[in-house]
Design a protein around this ligand. Structure first.
Ligand code: RUQ
Ligand code: CUA
Length: 864
């Protein structure tokens, strides 16, 4: 065992220091024993562990399923970083609770109805030359056929478009290789119009199809007017993919009910599941979107239905732009290889994956070599002649992701609960890995782009069964991270996701993303433009026009301006609020109690809430983010009075007032405290200047934030002095208090800047010093000693300078303090602190490390 552990330690730490780790020798073994961890457990943990402050290599965007959101997490740590609100209100972000986000959410209304939920399925990243460009994310809603666009500079939803001809959809969103279009294929066939059509007329009046949404990659918006739909038979189109490389310009869409069965379980017919999977094959739709896009521009080639330009099947057929290829029945995923030449289709009910070859398909099309026609006259290409080959993979193959190794592909097996690695060129199975349980999609790192990165596969499991602590009959979903860098796959990590069934996920290298940390002042984040309600400091006002009250307000640590708003019952209140902060992460939230409004204001952002003040009473409003030490004070009152009521004034309480002498004394005390606080600030400023803070951007940014607070002091000082002159000591004290608040905020950021600077400029700790510091902190020393300060024990800065032969002196003292209690110096210390240094039972090794740590402290003594 111990030999194995040593081997493991050196594996983990990879050097001679391995034998005794930072926690002392045997610490790793001890943890493993206590927690019952195996060697493999520890290696897997080390592969996914992200130390504090560390960053992941990839970001994953996962659909949030029934939550209607998108989830963002890191790989390999699997730490969740964000929920992006898309089709569903999300209170924290104010999404659906302020007017600006409602303007986005309500773009998703269907036939005038508010739709407040969505079933997000397939996120897609925008592409350039088939590679992810890190600019935009699109996601579909299966339940209510919609597509949303998310801006990756701020991870917010900017647009929702409703498909006006489909009644549900599934095969979206998929970008074409230069983000020219976003493909959205229908799922359940239905009439294109909004009328009733009896199910007996299914074949005549129900239709499937694929919509190609024209996308403007510069501004990140879908142009609905320039978009079109390719009419397809009512075959229940399923997943799709855009061609790329050699197959660029074409698209591929599966289907699963070429039987056109319509059920009728209630009238004694066999259920849909039997009728829809009767035939051995269904159809892969192959269509030339590039040609269809040209055709769709001409009015004579389209029928306009509910405002959508639909290219009828006859037009597609006549222009050689739509074909069918039989594929094994009830297929699911269709995935185009990085070079565009191979198209892999997996059938849920077939144990094989079928690999079609684009050059073969193209030749059949060019030669007009058809095996027949479907009932709608669409040419059918021969399956065998289009196939590169088939491979037996296992039960229930669903989806595919590509590897960075040419020809390698990963496929999920739903029934077998496995991921299988195989080669689509040689048609050989290479490896299988068990997952828990019932995997749907899988997500490779950029695994569906023209440039797959390999390294990891995430298995998006439908069931979690016995994986996690039981939290009731509804279990979380389980995303499992698999290491695919070796010859065989290795399952590293389980991540429960409790927010819906996340269908599909896409991963991107973090360097490709460049999100902002703040907005230009007064930005409406939903439009990217300057908000009409932008308000700067000093411009705050309340405007009344009849029944409309418009408030132009600002928020900055730690007040809201204005702090009192009185309106009449029934007034329509509009509040534009601007967050004046420039400091990173200084978000303020805002709500008015009882009025169901909320917004999140990121630095520089302006947003609007609107409500009818139909409840009489007094309603506090406040900042909902714990933004500062005086966050609780960041509040005000909305007072709603009934203009038709007479209010009797309450009896005024007689309160004791302060004498002029008392007031003067309080004023003097406040001024003195401010002077002392300023002294602290000046010492921090000196430290920062002496150590050239300007050379470090992170620190300089923090110093900017600090001075933004400090710079407001003269203004307040002027007001305080005026009050003194006017003899209003009460007011003067309040302004002096405001000065103190500003000083506290300055000091808060200033000290953060100082800490950051110290971390940057301190000399690097040697491994021994680092171990020593840990031993010092965890072995009990830090209970009495604080470096840089006298506390319950002496300051240890300079301890190695204080004694003759100091290293030996200090180490003897640590190893056996009792022995030295009689030493005159030690005795003096014992008397002074009224405490004896206890024996902490440090080993010789540990003591040596602590000495190294003290040396490092001395090197950097000026910083403490
Ligand atoms: S689907 S689990 Cu909605 Cu993408 Cu296959
Ligand atoms: Cu702003 Cu709390």
């Amino acid at each position: 065992m111990s030999y194995k552990l040593n081997k493991l330690s050196s594996l983990l730490l990879g050097s001679a220091i391995a034998a005794s780790t930072a926690f002392g020798s045997g610490a790793l073994e001890k943890v493993m024993k206590e927690r019952g961890l195996t060697e493999s457990d520890v290696i897997r943990a080390a592969k996914t562990y992200l130390p504090t402050g560390g960053r992941d290599e990839f970001l994953v965007f996962s659909s949030g399923g029934q939550s209607g959101h998108v989830l963002v997490y890191g790989v390999p740590s699997m730490k969740i970083l964000k929920y992006i609100a898309v089709f569903t209100p999300e209170p924290w972000q104010g999404y659906g609770f302020d007017e600006d986000s409602k303007a986005v959410l309500r773009q998703g209304n269907i036939r005038g109805r508010e739709i407040n939920w969505g079933d997000t399925h397939h996120p897609a990243l925008s592409e350039k030359d088939g590679k992810y460009d890190g600019k935009w994310l699109a996601i579909n809603d299966k339940a209510n056929p919609r597509v949303a666009i998310i801006d990756l500079t701020d991870f917010e939803t900017k647009q929702i478009v409703v498909n006006p001809v489909f009644k549900s959809e599934h095969g979206g969103a998929f970008f074409t290789q230069n983000s020219e279009y976003i493909i959205e294929a229908c799922q359940y066939a239905a009439p294109y119009d909004n009328n009733y059509h009896p199910i007996e007329e299914y074949k005549e009046t129900y239709r499937g199809g694929a919509t190609l949404w024209k996308f403007n990659s510069e501004i990140g918006r879908i142009d609905e007017k320039a978009s079109f739909t390719v009419e397809m038979p009512p075959y229940m189109q399923d997943l799709s993919d855009a061609g790329k490389g050699v197959s660029h310009g074409w698209a591929f869409t599966n289907s699963f009910n070429s039987e056109m069965y319509t059920g009728g379980i209630e009238v004694g017919m066999p259920p849909n599941e039997a009728g829809m999977s009767r035939n051995d094959t269904d159809f892969l739709h192959v269509y030339n979107w590039e040609k269809l896009a040209e055709l769709a521009k001409d009015d004579k080639n389209v029928k306009v239905i509910n405002g959508m330009r639909v290219v009828p099947m006859e037009v597609s057929i006549a222009n050689n732009a739509l074909f069918l290829i039989p594929e094994p029945k009830s297929p699911h995923g269709v995935d185009v290889s990085p070079d565009g030449e191979y198209i892999t289709v997996c059938g849920k009910l077939d144990t094989h994956a079928s690999v079609f070859k684009w050059s073969k398909i193209k030749k059949l099309i060019d030669d007009k070599k058809y095996a027949g026609k479907d009932p709608y006259g669409i040419p059918i290409l021969d399956m065998k002649e289009s196939l590169h080959g088939q491979v037996e993979l296992g039960l229930g193959p669903l989806h595919n992701q590509y590897s960075n190794v040419d020809g390698e592909i990963y496929t999920s097996l739903y029934v077998d609960s496995q991921i299988v690695k195989w080669n689509y060129k040689t048609l050989k199975v290479l490896d299988k890995e068990n997952v828990h349980y019932n995997v749907g999609h899988l997500c490779g790192m950029e695994g569906k782009s023209a440039d797959p990165q390999g390294k990891y596969i995430i298995s998006l499991n439908k069931l979690a069964i016995d994986r996690f602590q039981n939290v009731g009959p509804l279990h979380p979903q389980n995303h499992q991270l698999i290491d695919v860098s070796g010859k065989t796959m290795d399952l590293l990590y389980d991540m429960p996701l409790p927010l819906g069934e996340p269908h599909q996920a896409v991963a991107i290298r973090v360097e490709k993303l460049h999100p902002h940390v703040r907005y230009p002042m007064g930005t409406n984040s939903k439009t990217g433009k300057i908000h009409a309600g932008k308000t700067l400091a000093g411009q705050e006002k309340i405007v009344r026009e009849g029944n409309n009250v418009t408030v132009y307000a600002t928020m900055v640590r730690s007040h809201i301006n204005p702090e009192r708003i009185t309106v009449n019952k029934g007034d329509v209140v509009t509040m534009h609020i601007t967050n004046l902060e420039r400091a990173q992460d200084e978000t303020h939230g805002f709500t008015v109690d009882h009025y169901d409004v909320h917004m999140s204001l990121e630095p520089g952002e302006t947003a609007t809430i609107k409500f009818t003040a139909d409840l009489e009473g007094v309603f506090p409003y406040y900042c909902t983010e714990f933004c500062s030490a005086l966050h609780l004070e960041m509040m005000g009152y909305l007072m709603v009075k009934d203009p038709n009521k007479k209010y009797e004034s309450a009896q005024k309480l007689k309160m004791a007032t302060m004498s002029p002498e008392q007031l003067k004394a309080e004023y003097d005390k406040t001024v003195a405290v401010n002077a002392a606080t300023d002294g602290v600030i000046q010492s921090v400023v000196k430290f920062l200047k002496d150590n050239k803070f300007g050379e470090h951007k992170v620190v300089a940014d923090l110093v900017d934030d600090a001075f933004a607070q400090y710079g407001q002091i003269p203004e307040q000082k002027k007001l305080a002095d005026e009050a003194v002159k006017a003899g209003d000591m009460d007011k003067a004290i309040l302004f002096e208090n405001m000065i103190w608040q500003l000083m506290v905020k300055t000091a808060d950021v200033g000290i953060r800047a100082k800490d950051a600077l110290v971390r940057l400029i301190a000399t690097k700790q040697s491994a021994a010093a680092e171990r020593g510091q840990r031993t010092f902190d965890e072995g009990g020393c830090s209970g009495c000693h604080v470096v840089g300060k006298v506390s319950s024990g002496p300051d240890l800065t300079g301890v190695l300078q204080r004694h003759e032969n100091a290293e030996k002196w200090v180490s003897d003292f640590i190893l056996d303090p009792e022995k030295m209690y009689k030493d005159p110096y030690v005795k003096g210390m014992i008397d002074y602190f009224n405490l004896k240094m206890p024996n902490q039972h440090m080993s010789k090794e540990e003591t040596k490390d602590i000495i190294e740590y003290f040396k490092w402290v001395d090197e950097n003594a000026n910083l403490f």
